[in-house]
Ligand binder design. Structure first.
Ligand SMILES: C[S@@+](CC[C@H](N)C(=O)[O-])C[C@H]1O[C@@H](n2cnc3c(N)ncnc32)[C@H](O)[C@@H]1O
Length: 440
């Protein structure tokens, strides 16, 4: 009997299931993945067609061995497979959490559980899952300060805040960690270290799915919205797909349904949200290729550096913009400067005799030809400034040398982000040049 798929189909099938695939290398035959699938099956998970593959462009992800249609269920993970604060409260940590005051946050409870379970090694019943988690992450919390300094504003500021926040989180958690000493024969300071907490924090931040839990008295009032979902968390992000994901109360499983089709043997993606690359880098440690949400941000500082300091109404103009929340989210995108940026520029360029028309400008009305022209000119100057700045940083990045593999990896991420921004700024500069010519 002949199979229906023919020679090409057979070759592709073999590649996806056993060996290499056009864009990646299958991992499903490896011991750790076999153990994980066995462990998940024991907990009621039925995996029919998702296989782990190391893809050349996105890293490890899941491929499908059958084509998926819109509306189809990608994965349904029983509650027993999830790690949530309920899991933590059913563990040896329960008594320590319940007696701690002020109450620990749901995030700290989860992070502590991850670290202590990882420390337990083969004694942990979560071992098949924990073994396959990354050893480290590529979000800025892991970066050295000189790599962070190559980031554009405002993500640079946020990356520094992320590092500080993590450090504060560790320092404030130390007394609670100390209270856990009776659980261990070894000094707790060597188990719940800063590095271990950073790893757990990034595990939670980059891999959990949203799952709202009821507020519990033993936890602080911070939102309890996390669930670690083994196997499901191998799905990578694509800005171009849409999924529906939620916990199904009827069958008590976390389900993800695709709203787009996916071809047989190709990588299955989900969407982590409509994020630009700055946010993806900050929160997940990667930059997405061809991201339609990508934009370059213009900060208040850059904006004000390009306006006339002789303008007596400048202070008033700035406070009007501030009051009307017009000083955030000023961007360049692949389709040129945003409407907000152009509007702000026009308001800043209003002549003294036009100043009373500021409301009309914010509503999108044109005041005069000269105002339209000077607003455009201001945006063009800002674009050229950012273009020059980005090119300079890219030169600095290419001359930065390090033998440390992780540093090189982090540097490559900043470079990818900066190159993406360069492309946007170049396109915007061309668009502005054409607008400038047309307005003459
Ligand atoms: C939920 S995990 C997805 C599985 C992950 N690749 C793994 O090997 O475990 C999220 C992480 O995957 C990586 N990732 C997700 N989508 C990606 C993409 N489109 N390109 C590159 N890396 C991606 C990022 O490191 C992100 O923090």
């Amino acid at each position: 009997m002949r199979s229906k798929c023919g020679r090409t189909g057979r070759r592709r099938k073999n590649k996806a299931e056993n060996g290499s695939n056009a864009s990646g290398e299958s991992r499903s035959h490896e011991y750790e993945y076999i153990q994980l699938c066995k462990w998940l099956k024991e907990r009621g998970f039925q995996n029919n067609y998702l296989r782990p593959v190391e893809f050349t462009d996105t890293g490890r992800g899941l491929a499908t061995t059958q084509s998926l249609q819109p509306g189809e269920l990608i994965i349904s993970l029983p509650e027993k497979c999830l790690i949530t604060t309920d899991t933590v409260l059913h563990s040896y940590l329960q008594k320590y959490i319940k007696r701690w005051s002020p109450p620990v946050s749901p995030l700290l409870a989860l992070c502590t559980f991850l670290v202590t379970e990882r420390h337990a090694g083969h004694k942990s019943c979560w071992k098949p899952y924990l073994t396959l988690l990354p050893d480290s992450y590529s979000c800025p919390a892991y970066w050295e300060d000189d790599i962070v300094s190559f980031l554009p504003q405002p993500v640079k500021q946020k990356a520094m805040e992320q590092k500080t926040e993590l450090h504060d989180f560790y320092m404030s958690s130390l007394p609670f960690f100390k209270s856990l000493q009776p659980l261990f024969g070894e000094n707790i300071d060597n188990i719940l270290t800063y590095e271990a907490l950073r790893w757990a924090w990034c595990t939670v931040n980059t891999r959990t799915v949203y799952m709202k839990h009821e507020q519990k008295d033993c936890f602080s009032s911070d939102k309890d919205i996390y669930a670690l979902a083994p196997y499901l968390d191998l799905l990578n992000h694509s800005p171009g797909v849409q999924v529906e994901a939620a916990f199904n109360l009827k069958n008590r499983s976390y389900e993800v349904r695709t709203t787009v089709s996916c071809r047989k043997y190709e990588q299955v993606f989900i969407c982590y949200g409509p994020h630009d690359n700055q946010r993806l880098l900050l929160e997940y440690g990667f930059v997405a290729l061809n991201n339609p949400h990508q934009s370059v941000y213009v900060t208040k500082e850059v904006l004000l550096r390009h306006v006339s300091c002789k303008d007596k109404q400048m202070e008033k103009k700035c406070s009007l913009l501030q009051e009307n929340s017009f000083l955030e989210n000023l961007t360049f995108g692949l389709d040129g400067p945003s409407w907000r940026l152009l509007t702000v520029a026009k308001l800043l360029c209003l002549g003294s005799e036009e100043f009373m028309c500021w409301k009309k400008v914010l509503l999108g009305n044109a005041i005069s030809e000269s105002n339209e022209h000077s607003g455009l000119e201001l945006v063009r100057k800002i674009c050229l400034h950012l273009l020059e700045d980005t090119s300079l940083i890219l030169k600095e990045i290419s001359s930065f040398t390090s033998k440390n593999i992780l540093v090189k990896k982090h540097l490559a991420l900043v470079e990818a982000l900066r190159l993406d921004e360069l492309k946007i700024l170049q396109t915007s500069a061309d668009i502005l040049e054409n607008m400038h010519r047309a307005s003459r």
